[in-house]
Design a protein around this ligand. Sequence first.
Ligand code: ADP
Length: 464
Amino acid sequence: MKKIHLKTSLSLILSLLVALTVLLVSIFSGIFINKQFEEYVKNTQKNAAEELAESIGSNYDESLGGFNLDYVHGMGMYALKEGYIIRLYDRDKNLLWDAENHDMMLCHEVMDGIMTRMKEKKPELKGEFVSYSYELKKAGNLNGILEVSYYTPFYLNENEFQFIKALNIIIGFVGGASILIAAFLGVIIAGRITRPISGVIAATKKISGGDYSAEVKTDIGDLETYELARSVNSMAETLKEQEYLRRQLTADIAHELRTPVTNISSYMEMMIDDVMEPTKERLSSCYNELSRLSELIKDLERLENAELETVLADKEDVELLGLCGSILQGFSTKISEKNIEAKLEGKEVTVKADRIRIGQVVANLLSNAIKYTDEGGEVKIHVGKNEAGAVIAVEDTGIGIPEKEQNLVFERFYRTDKSRARKTGGAGIGLSISRAIVKAHNGTIRCESSPGKGSIFTVSLPLE
Ligand code: ADP
C-alpha cells in the first residue's frame, strides 16, 4: 500500500477539520442572519401598517365629523410607493378613499413589481397580497376602518436584496479566507510536528546501517518528540557501547585461546615429527592446556549468563551473615586442603537482594581469596553496616595485587602477572561478573591490597 507522508496527512486533516468548521459556521450563521433579517423586515412591515392606521386614525377631526381626505390621500400615496395599498371606510363601512380607485395604474405597477421580484427571488415564500383591517378609534369611539394590504409574509425592496446579497458575499469571503489561512497554518503546524520525526528517521537509518555516531537534535519539537529524540540518542549510545564490548570480547577471547592452542599444536607437531617423545609429562602438559581451554569455555558460558546479570530475580530479604556462613561451609574442603584458617565475623544484616546472585559474588571473592592465598594463610569474611549500607569484606593474607592493577582486576579476562605465573585461577571473569551483579543492586565493589601481604575486597549494598 502506498504510504503518504505524515506531514501531508496531518496538513490535510487539520485543513479539512478547520475547513469543515468554517463551512458549517458560515452556513449556519448565513442562514441565521438571513432568517433574522427576514423576521426584522416582517415586523417592520407589520409595524408600518399599524403606524399607518394610527396616524390616519388620529387625524380624525371630531369637529368636522370626518377625516381630512387630503391628508389621507397624501399618506395613501406615500404608503403605496412603499408597497402598502390602503382603503379607508367610515364607521358605516362606506368607502372614503381607495388607493386603487385613485391611481389604479400605479397600484398595479407597485403590486406587480413586488410580486414579480419576490416570486423571482424568493419563490419558496409563496407570498401574496393580504388585507389587514384596523379599527380607527379616538377616545374610545370608532371613527372608521382602514384596510391595509401588503405582500405577506414580507417583501424586500431592491436595496434590501442588495444588502442580503452583499452580506452573503462577505460571509462567503470570510469563510473562504479562513479556509485558506487554516490550510496554510495546517501545513506549518504539521511541519513543526513532523520535522523532528524526520530527524529521528534519518538517525535511525544511519544507526541501522552501523553508524552509531548519528545523533538526533533534541532542541526542536515538543516534549514527546524531545523524549523520542533522547531515546534514539541513548539507544545509539548503548549500541555503540555494545559494539565496543563485542569487539573487545572477541579480541579478549582470541587472545585467551591463542596461548593454549599454540602450546598444544606446537607440542603435537613436534611429537608427530618425532622431534619430541610423547612422554607422560608432555602429554599431561597438553592435557593441562586442554583443561585450561575447557575452563575457558566454561568461563565463556558463565560470561554468557553474566550478560544477563543485570536482570535480577525478584529481590527478597537476604540475611548476609548467614549467607556468607553457608558459602564458607561449601569451601570447607578446599580450605582444609590448603590448611587455611577461615573466619566469619560481624553481625546480622538484612538487605533486599537477589539471593543467588549475591551468593555468587561472595563465592567468587572467597574462591579468589583461597586461590591466591598460600598454604597456612588466613581468610576472613566480615559482615557489617556502614553509612553506605550493608558491607561484606573478604580479606586474605595472599599474594596481593599491585596498586596499579587493583582497578583492572574487575575488567573481563584481566589477570595479574603474578596469578598467571601461579597457573591457578580461571580466565579473569569472576570479578567482572561480581562487579556487574553488585552494580545491578546499586552497590559498589572495591579492592584494597598490598602485594605480598594480602587483599580486601569490600562490597557495599544499599539496605533497601
Ligand atoms: P580469575 O578467574 O582469574 O580468578 P577474577 O576475575 O576472579 O578471575 O580475578 C581477576 C584477577 O584478579 C585474578 O586473575 C587475579 O590476578 C586477581 N585477583 C583476584 N582476587 C585476588 C586475590 N584475593 N588476591 C590476589 N589477586 C587476586
